[in-house]
Design a protein around this ligand. Structure first.
Ligand SMILES: [Zn+2]
Length: 178
């Protein structure tokens, strides 16, 4: 399956035709993956999407994308690879105001002067949102001998002020109130 997903589409036109897309986005297109979390991108993204209108006539591209990446496990510090999977509802909008009025599960994409959205950027954004902030092996494959390195930071003592001025104030208020 080497059909490339188009970089730009007119979601409204595609929704009128009830178009489905299935294909790949080549990994070189992804420039904004967080380098501190993702050490390498190992595959192209596999993408499926369907264009349709919702009951309020919003033009939507609903779909799913999957890509394989390598990160360093934050528990045992070994590299491991895993799939990042994004499920998304992209919605073509013509203004920021329109974007703000959408249901929260929709991801707005601004249309350009040709009525098209940048699909690749939109899907890249969805994938990035699904990358773990602190990637870790699933428990069963993590190196158990290094688990002990997760110790509490003892340097951070609590600094609770001994004299809380508000407590004194509240006490005073309580007395005055009676
Ligand atoms: Zn691990």
């Amino acid at each position: 399956m080497n059909v490339k997903i188009p970089a730009f589409i007119n979601i409204r036109n595609e929704a009128n035709r009830r178009s489905d897309f299935k294909g790949i986005i080549q990994k070189d297109n992804f420039k904004r993956f967080p380098l501190d979390t993702v050490k390498s991108i190992n595959s192209d993204a596999e993408v499926e999407l369907s264009c349709e209108f919702d009951y309020e006539k919003h033009p939507l591209a609903r779909g799913k994308a999957k890509i394989n990446v390598t990160s360093t496990c934050m528990r045992c510090m070994e590299d491991f690879s895993y799939d990042v999977i994004a499920e998304f509802i992209l919605c073509a909008v013509s203004s920021e105001e329109q974007a703000d009025s959408l249901p929260p599960e929709y991801s707005p994409l601004l249309i350009n002067e040709f009525g098209e959205v940048n699909l690749i950027e939109g899907i890249e954004e969805e994938l990035i949102m699904n990358i773990a902030l602190t990637p870790k092996h699933p428990n069963e494959s993590c190196n158990p001998f290094l688990d002990a390195t997760e110790y509490a930071d003892e340097d951070e003592e609590e600094h609770t002020p001994v004299n809380n001025p508000f407590a004194a104030l509240n006490e005073l208020k309580g007395k005055l109130g009676k």
